[in-house]
Design a protein around this ligand. Structure first.
Ligand code: BTN
Length: 252
């Protein structure tokens, strides 16, 4: 049966940094679940979420079984300023894993939506918390493997719609976690890899904040993951926590 299985995952991930791998039938949000008391390097998957959350207060529709809804809890020993890089590292790891397992060409729409054929395949929600004076990062990942949500404002697509290849969901999830581990341990190289995947750079974009919308041209990604945009002959640096971005001719 192609469903997530704790024992299979534990075997596939033995020797990796990941411990406490849990698979829940259902939870509100895996990010909320893992926030309460889990150890560093824990992982939780849910087959279904009843209150999945997206970036900027959006809902992440999570009723389709066979999709990935997962969170990892990290307690990095690097400087807190580098914490935002974890989302970029996860995005690179996901794009690489989806390409390797399914042969699908992926891009990353800044900051960390994985896209294929101009539609969203995966979203990442990173949240920072503190425990005993240490910074922790909860990185939540939703991947449309089987089904993309309908009726969303953002055009979405699933792996199943893109490719008919048979796969084992446990093998996919284990490779993904191994690739996240690699990127996390090589966080200083993440942005260089990220830039190669980023489909936002070079495009005319709409930068949407709580108070305004600005049309600008995306010209690059800085070392800390900010989007550099050209506006009225100047360059501005945009932080992913504060805005969302759309292409002016479509989602990407
Ligand atoms: C986004 O693109 O807006 C981010 C979506 C993140 C969804 C995942 S699913 C697992 C984890 N739990 C949540 O409630 N959200 C993240």
């Amino acid at each position: 049966m192609n469903i997530l299985n704790e024992n299979k995952l534990a075997v596939l991930l033995s020797g990796s940094m990941w411990n406490n791998i849990k698979v829940l039938d259902e939870t509100g949000s895996t990010n909320d679940y893992i926030k309460t008391g889990a150890e560093a390097n824990s992982v939780v998957f849910a087959r279904v979420q009843t209150a999945g959350r997206g970036r900027r207060g959006r809902t992440w529709i999570s009723e389709a079984e066979g999709n990935i809804y997962m969170s990892v809890l990290l307690e990095p020993d690097f400087e807190p300023e580098k914490m935002p890089l974890i989302g970029f590292a996860a995005a690179v790891a996901i794009a690489e894993t989806v390409e390797k397992c399914f042969g699908i060409n992926c891009g990353i729409k800044w900051p960390n939506d994985i896209v294929a054929e101009g539609k969203k395949l995966c979203g990442i929600l990173c949240e920072a918390v503190q425990k005993d004076g240490k910074y922790r990062c909860i990185c939540g990942i939703g991947i449309n493997l089987e089904k993309s949500p309908l009726d969303t404002e953002i055009p979405a697509i699933s792996v199943k719609e893109l490719c008919g290849r048979e796969y084992d969901i446990n093998e996919f999830a284990a490779l993904l976690l191994k690739n996240i581990e690699f990127e996390y341990n090589n966080i200083d190289e993440t942005i260089e890899k990220y830039r190669k995947y980023c489909v936002t750079t070079g495009k005319e974009i709409k930068i949407i904040s709580d108070t305004e919308e600005i049309i600008a041209k995306a010209v690059g990604i800085s070392e800390n993951g900010n989007l550099i945009a050209g506006l009225d002959g100047k360059e501005i640096s945009v932080n992913s926590g504060e805005v969302s971005v759309r292409g002016i001719y479509g989602y990407c």
